[in-house]
Design a protein around this ligand. Structure first.
Ligand SMILES: [Zn+2]
Length: 318
């Protein structure tokens, strides 16, 4: 992709009734997300999913757990016993807002993914890739966004499944009755929580009149954004770093026009919001004005990613 896509993508809106255009339109693809928790895709890149869904893509959300191990922000929303059920419903609601076609749970328990049988986990993802035959896979990066072991495990599983799904020698029992066949998903992306880009966007959000809290405040106020090993006050995992330096990004999707969808999807995750005054944290206008880039690293087949420090080199389409 070149920077010329920047100019094309903002104005190129296909007419869904035009079949010829449809067949030529690269957005009419299947995108499968492979993630750990019911809110992972929503907070990270639901603007991208909503944008592609609106332009004809089929979105399949694969979620390994129901988020039952997390904290509950308000005990009137859920109990320890009902949290998994509530969070499943939250993801299904968010997926409907985004325009996702399907949500599939792998039925693992939140917080345990680094302890489960990895081959079995990969096999479940492989089966779904062979069934739904996505063009694009999206997971988190190997840093797990902030060192979360579930995120790290799903990143590894997504990468392994990307290759294994195409390999007839991998999980051959899935192919035995002929109903599934190997499938090579064309592209795998890792979501990148790019610190400099986010800091810049948060600075602009602050200029809109918002007082950043938590990690957003850290981004603006407290940390060395270029450091690879900064400890972050508001990060859950002690010693973990939040996100990545910007040079890990090689793809950035502009979600302007989909801010209302991203905001509405976030609002579905009521048990994940640390207040019932959500407007304090997110308003649609931010996503359409300041906080409008969702950033990714397209992954090479050998697991490396192309690093660039020049945003002009970032691809603007998945
Ligand atoms: Zn998560």
């Amino acid at each position: 992709m070149t920077s010329s896509n920047v100019r094309q993508s903002s104005t190129f809106i296909p007419d869904p009734s035009d079949l010829q255009l449809k067949t030529q339109n690269s957005k009419l693809i299947t995108i499968m997300t492979i993630l750990a928790h019911p809110d992972d895709e929503t907070f990270a890149f639901s603007g991208t999913l909503a944008k592609y869904a609106a332009q004809g893509a089929r979105i399949i959300c694969v979620c390994a757990t129901r988020g039952e191990g997390g904290d509950i922000s308000d005990l009137s929303d859920a109990t320890k016993e009902t949290l998994g059920q509530v969070r499943e419903a939250e993801l299904r609601a968010a997926a409907a807002v985004i325009g996702a076609a399907e949500v599939i749970f792998l039925d693992y328990i939140d917080g345990t993914l680094h302890t489960v049988d990895f081959d079995e986990l990969v096999g479940k993802a492989v089966r779904l890739i062979r069934q739904y035959r996505p063009d694009v896979l999206i997971s988190f990066g190997p840093e797990g966004v902030y060192g979360h072991l579930d995120h790290i495990t799903m990143s590894k599983a997504a990468f392994a499944a990307w290759h294994a799904a195409a390999d007839p020698a991998a999980y051959p029992e899935q192919l035995a009755d002929g109903s599934l066949s190997p499938h090579q998903a064309d592209r795998l992306y890792y979501f990148v929580f790019g610190r400099q880009t986010l800091a810049r966007q948060m600075q602009q959000v602050a200029e809109l009149g918002w007082t950043p809290v938590g990690w957003a405040a850290d981004l603006i106020n407290e940390v060395d954004l270029a450091a690879e090993n900064t400890n972050w006050a508001s990060v859950a995992q002690p010693g973990a770093m939040l996100g990545s330096t910007d040079d890990h990004i090689n793809t950035a999707i502009d979600i302007r026009g989909y801010g209302d969808k991203k905001h509405a999807a976030i609002m579905c995750h009521r048990t994940q919001l640390h207040t019932h005054e959500p407007q304090r944290y997110f308003i649609p206008a931010w996503f359409d004005n300041a906080y409008h880039l969702e950033t990714f690293a397209r992954v090479n087949p050998d697991g490396t990613t192309h690093h660039t420090s020049d945003p002009a080199e970032w691809a603007t389409e998945l």
